[in-house]
Write a protein that binds this ligand. Structure first.
Ligand code: 0X9
Ligand code: ZN
Length: 304
């Protein structure tokens, strides 16, 4: 019914989360941030319930066509609950995890039902649709690497934080960041094999640049050792391209979450459709992503 050899529809992912909650009632709780533009739930899970623990927040699927991202998020949830690897078991014991696999549920559904290459949400603007939710966050909104044109793939929206999907995520983080001690924020994307930290909007360095650079480099090395894949690490502005209004910049600068990364996971070996990763790649891609997260979390814990 659910595995990591196929990509699954939104409702299949949500049904799987419900079954995992029934199977692991002590460790897993299903959460709902609220509803999207078109009325779909934005569901996620909390894994772990030790109130003394710090928390890690993971979002994926902000870009609808990047199917490997939600698949990786569900893999991580499953590993936290079932892994026989002591290093992963330690992560589950020592941290609480908030994982929201599909923070753009309308777009994700649309990629299954109508257009595989859809990226944005499905908000209507006259004769066209969609805001790039990773350009809509209220931190130096629409200042670079985004567009005011609703026909474009990188449309920032009519105003900062205009979209309900953005608003629900902001409310969730604001309501939980202190209460749950969220100290790490991960945004999963594809396809460039990069581990990036803030800022996206400027090449100026964050105050903890040296730490984030060091953790990123360690994570790249850990992936290289596991799968032989090369992941470039660095600040987002200089590593991929300038872009403002991303969730990571907001999480770091506005919500005060010190450790924030945007991962670009694998794309296919050779193809024009770089978002269409063969399903056989889900397992190794998700495994190396978890290795990178584990390495970052362990390196940060060592620093104290
Ligand atoms: O353009 C993007 O949003 C990301 N690349 S993707 O191919 N997955 O669309 C890059 C990260 C963008 N930026 C910020 N977080 N600011
Ligand atoms: Zn993306």
């Amino acid at each position: 019914e659910y595995d990591w050899q196929h990509f699954f529809h939104l409702k299949t992912i949500y049904n799987w989360m419900d079954r995992m909650a029934a199977k692991y009632p002590d460790q897993l709780t299903v959460l709902n941030m609220g509803t999207s533009t078109q009325g779909n739930d934005i569901k996620g899970v909390k894994v772990g319930n030790n109130a003394a623990n710090k928390a890690i927040f993971i979002e994926s699927g902000i870009h609808a066509r990047e199917w490997i991202a939600p698949a990786t998020a569900t893999y991580i949830i499953n590993e936290l609950l079932t892994s026989m690897d002591e290093r992963v078991q330690s992560l589950a014991i020592n941290y609480n995890w908030f994982v929201f696999p599909c923070v753009n549920p309308d777009g994700y559904k649309y990629t299954f039902e109508h257009d595989r290459m859809w990226r944005k949400n499905r908000q209507l603007f006259g004769t066209c649709r969609g805001v790039d939710l990773n350009r809509n966050y209220p931190d130096h909104w629409n200042s670079t690497g985004s567009s005011s044109d609703p026909t474009r793939y990188d449309f920032a929206g009519p105003s900062a934080g205009s979209e309900v999907e953005t608003q629900r995520l902001i409310e969730f983080i604001r309501g939980n960041v202190e209460k749950e001690q969220i100290r790490t924020y991960i945004s999963l994307h594809s396809y460039s094999q990069m581990l990036m930290f803030p800022y996206g909007y400027t090449k100026e360095h964050v105050s903890n640049y040296d730490d984030l650079q060091e953790f990123g480099k360690k994570a790249s090395a850990a992936i290289k050792a596991e799968s032989g894949r090369d992941y470039v690490s660095g600040n987002l502005y200089e590593t991929i391209y300038p872009s403002s209004g991303g969730s990571m910049d907001w999480a770091h600068a506005e919500a005060g979450i010190p450790i924030a990364y945007t991962f670009e996971l694998r794309g296919p070996p050779d193809s024009q459709d770089l978002f269409i990763l063969p399903a056989v790649e889900i397992q190794p891609t998700a495994s190396e992503a978890l290795t990178a997260i584990r390495t970052i979390v362990e390196a940060a814990a060592e620093k104290g």
